[in-house]
Design a binder for this molecule. Structure first.
Ligand SMILES: [Zn+2]
Length: 433
C-alpha cells in the first residue's frame, strides 16, 4: 500500500499545528482530544471515548477494529500534555508555525507529532476499509510529563482496567533513527529503571546555639549521613547485561566487569562525558541527593533535618532492600524516620514476544537495524508493563530527530517524518498479521 494514496502530509501537519496551539501544560488535554475527535467525526469514525480523571484532564481512546476478524490487539500510547516552554525561543512555542519544511512548537516531537501520526494511522486503516486482522487501540494519555498517580496512564491502570483488557502488546512513545558508531539504527526501548524518592529525616535536640557541648545536632547528623552515603553502587542487571551483549558484542565484557567498568567509564568520560554518564547509569544504582531542609532561626539547633534522595534502580532491586541499604549510613544511635514519597517500579519486556519480533522485522524490512535500549528515566510504560502487557518504544523515522530540542527551545519535527512514523506503524501491523 502506498500511504501517500490515502493520507497527505498536509492533513497530518495541519492537525499537529492545531494541537500545538493548545497550551496543554499540566491540563487542557481534553481540548486536544476534542480537536482529534473533530477530525475523527469528519471521517465517520465513532469508536472513541474520552475518560477524564478530572475536568479538562482527558485521556482519549480510539479503537479501529480490523475487518478480517480476530488477531493481534495492538495498543499505541502517546500523550497530549507538554512541558512548559521556557528559555529564548526564536518563534512562538504555541503558535503552530511551519518553517523550512518543519513544524515548530512545544510538543512538535514530544509528543504531539507522534499523536498526529497515530490519528492519521487510524484514518489510513479506516479509509480503504480496515483490511487487517485484530485491533488497533490508540491511547492518547494526559499527564505523561508529570506521571501523577491521579491522572493519565496511572489513573487509567488503577481505575479503568477495561482500557487495557485484551491488549496483546503496546508501543510506547518516541524512538526513531539514531546514529550508533557510524551506523544507522532504530531505537527500541524495552525497559526502564525505576525511581524511588525517599525522605530521610534525622532527629536531634532542639536548643540554643550558645551551647554546643554534648548537643545532638540534627544538622551535623544529616551532613555526616550525606557525606558517607555513596551516590552510586555498581550493579549488573540481567536485562541490561543482555542488552549490552546484543548491542556491543564482546566489548560488553569491559562494561560488565565490576573492576574494568570504572576504568572504561573514566577513560570514555575524558572525551565523551555524556556517553560515560549513560554507561554509568546503566551499570549503577544511583542515589542523587536532591533536597535539603533544616532549621529556621540562625541561633537555634533544629530538632530535625531532612534530605530527599532520588534513587534509580533495576528490576532485581527490591524497594525494602534499597531502604535498608540507605539506613546503614545513618550515624549510630541517631533517631531517624524514612518515608518513601514516590515510587515507580523498574520494568522490562522480554524479547521473545511476537510484538518484539514484528518490530525487529519491521526495522529490518525498512532497511535499518534495531538498537535495543534500556532507558534510565521513567515513563508511563512501567504501569502498563505491570499489567503483564509487553511494551516497547518504537517509532520509524528516516532522519534523526532533533532530540536535544525535546523539553528545550525551538522544538521541531520535519513534516515528512510524520508520514514515516505512520509508515512504521503500518508496516508493524502488517508484520503482526
Ligand atoms: Zn513524552
Amino acid at each position: 500500500m502506498l500511504i501517500e494514496d490515502y493520507v497527505s502530509v498536509k492533513e497530518v501537519s495541519d492537525l499537529l499545528k492545531r494541537m500545538i496551539k493548545v497550551k496543554s501544560v499540566r491540563g487542557s488535554e481534553t481540548e486536544v482530544a476534542n480537536l482529534i475527535i473533530d477530525v475523527l467525526d469528519k471521517e465517520g469514525i465513532d469508536s472513541y471515548k474520552v475518560i477524564e480523571s478530572s475536568p479538562g484532564r482527558g485521556n482519549l481512546i480510539i479503537d479501529i477494529n480490523g475487518a478480517q476478524g480476530e488477531g493481534f490487539n495492538l495498543m499505541i500510547i502517546g500523550h497530549s500534555d507538554v512541558v512548559p516552554a521556557e528559555g529564548e525561543w526564536s518563534i512562538d512555542p504555541f503558535g503552530g508555525i511551519e518553517k523550512d519544511g518543519y513544524v515548530y512548537g512545544r510538543g512538535a516531537i514530544d509528543d504531539k507529532g507522534q499523536v498526529a501520526a497515530m490519528v492519521y494511522f487510524a484514518i489510513l486503516l479506516h479509509r480503504p476499509g480496515r483490511d487487517f486482522r485484530g485491533q488497533v487501540r490508540l491511547l492518547i494519555a494526559a499527564d505523561e510529563e508529570v506521571q501523577h498517580p491521579d491522572h493519565g496512564v496511572r489513573y487509567l491502570t488503577n481505575n479503568h482496567p477495561e482500557v487495557f483488557k485484551g491488549v496483546d502488546g503496546a508501543i510506547g512513545e518516541l524512538g526513531g533513527k539514531v546514529n550508533f558508531i557510524g551506523e544507522s539504527r532504530h531505537l527500541v526501548i524495552f525497559g526502564e529503571k525505576g525511581a524511588l524518592s525517599l525522605k530521610v529525616k534525622l532527629l536531634g535536640d532542639k536548643g540554643h546555639a550558645s551551647a554546643v557541648y554534648k548537643v545532638k545536632n540534627s544538622v551535623e547528623f544529616l551532613a555526616s549521613f550525606l557525606h558517607e552515603l555513596p551516590n552510586s553502587i555498581y550493579f549488573k542487571s540481567r536485562c541490561v547485561a543482555e542488552m549490552f551483549k546484543n548491542v556491543l558484542g564482546w566489548k560488553s565484557n569491559l562494561i560488565l566487569n565490576r573492576i574494568l567498568n570504572g576504568l572504561v567509564i573514566n577513560s570514555i568520560s575524558r572525551k565523551e562525558l555524556k556517553f560515560a554518564r549513560i554507561l554509568h547509569s546503566l551499570t549503577h544504582v544511583t542515589i542523587a541527593k536532591t533536597v535539603l531542609k533544616a532549621g529556621r532561626a540562625e541561633n537555634v539547633y533544629p530538632k530535625e533535618a531532612e534530605a530527599i534522595l532520588d534513587i534509580r534502580f533495576f528490576p532485581e532491586n527490591d524497594k525494602d532492600e534499597l531502604i535498608k541499604f540507605i539506613k546503614k549510613f545513618i550515624p549510630k544511635g541517631v533517631r531517624s524516620e524514612l518515608e518513601p514519597i514516590a515510587y515507580t517500579p523498574s520494568t522490562y519486556s522480554p524479547l521473545n514476544t511476537s510484538l518484539y519480533k514484528a518490530i525487529e522485522k519491521t526495522i529490518l524490512d525498512l532497511g535499518s537495524k534495531p538498537l535495543l535500549f534500556f532507558q534510565t528515566g521513567t515513563s508511563d510504560s512501567a504501569w502498563v508493563r505491570m499489567l503483564g502487557i509487553p511494551v516497547y518504544h518504537f517509532m520509524y523515522t528516516e532522519n534523526e530527530l532533533d532530540t536535544d530540542r525535546i523539553h528545550g527551545v525551538d522544538e521541531r519535527i520535519r513534516k515528512d517524518e510524520l508520514l514515516n512514523i505512520i509508515r512504521g506503524y503500518y508496516h508493524l501491523l502488517m508484520n503482526l498479521q
